[in-house]
Design a protein around this ligand. Structure first.
Ligand code: GDP
Ligand code: MG
Length: 174
C-alpha cells in the first residue's frame, strides 16, 4: 500500500543574518519529522525536505531560501507558504520584513499563508522590536506571528507544525 504524500513549498524570507539558515537546519532535525521516506522524484534537493506529522497525516515541506530564489515570484512552481523572518534584536531587519509582507500582499496580491517570525528571542537584553508591534502588523496583513530562537531550538517545532497547519487551512478551509 502506497499513500500519496502531499508536498508543499515554503519560502524562507528575511534580511541576511536573521537566522534563515539556522531555522532551516533546526527544521531538518525536528522531532516532528515523520519516519517514512518520501518518494518524490521531482524534488531534486531531498536535504531541504522535512516530513511533518500533523493530525495523524504526514506531509512534506520543501524549504526554499529567498537568498537562493530572489526571483521567486517569476518561478513556475507555486509557493504554498511564506515565512518572513526578522531578528528581534535588529529593527532594520524588522522594517525589511514589513516591506516584504506589504509587497507580497499589496503588490503580488498573494493570499497564501504568511507567517511573520521574530527570531533570536534569546537575545532578550538586545531586543529592539516589541512583540505587540509585530502582532499588530501581522494582524493588519492577515499573517500569523510567532517568536523563536533558532540558537536554543525554542518554538522551532511549533513553527514547523504551524506552517503545515496554516497551509492545510488554506488548501481545505473548514
Ligand atoms: P541567514 O543569513 O538569515 O541565513 O542567518 P544565519 O542562519 O546564517 O544566522 C546568522 C547568524 O545569527 C549566525 O551567526 C547564527 O548563529 C546567528 N543566529 C541565528 N539564529 C539565532 C538565534 O536564534 N539566536 C542567536 N543568538 N543567534 C542566532
Ligand atoms: Mg543563510
Amino acid at each position: 500500500l502506497t499513500s500519496q504524500l502531499s508536498l508543499y513549498r515554503v519560502l524562507l524570507m528575511g534580511a541576511p543574518g536573521v537566522g534563515k539558515s539556522a531555522l532551516a537546519r533546526q527544521f531538518m532535525t525536528s522531532e516532528y519529522k515523520g519516519t517514512y521516506e518520501t518518494n518524490t522524484p521531482e524534488i531534486i534537493e531531498p536535504e531541504r525536505n522535512v516530513n511533518v506529522l500533523l493530525d495523524g497525516k504526514e506531509s512534506t515541506l520543501h524549504f526554499l531560501d529567498e537568498e537562493q530564489h530572489p526571483n521567486f515570484e517569476a518561478e513556475d512552481l507555486p509557493i504554498d507558504a511564506y515565512v518572513v523572518i526578522f531578528s528581534v534584536s535588529d529593527s532594520t531587519s524588522y522594517n525589511e520584513a514589513l516591506n516584504s509582507i506589504r509587497t507580497l500582499r499589496e503588490v503580488y496580491r498573494i493570499n497564501k499563508a504568511i507567517i511573520l517570525v521574530g527570531n533570536k528571542i534569546d537575545l532578550a537584553r538586545q531586543r529592539r522590536v516589541a512583540k505587540h508591534d509585530a502582532l499588530k502588523i501581522a494582524k493588519k496583513y492577515d499573517c500569523r506571528y510567532t517568536e523563536t530562537s533558532a540558537a536554543l531550538n525554542h518554538h522551532v517545532d511549533e513553527l514547523l507544525v504551524g506552517i503545515l497547519s496554516q497551509i492545510r487551512e488554506q488548501v481545505s478551509p473548514s
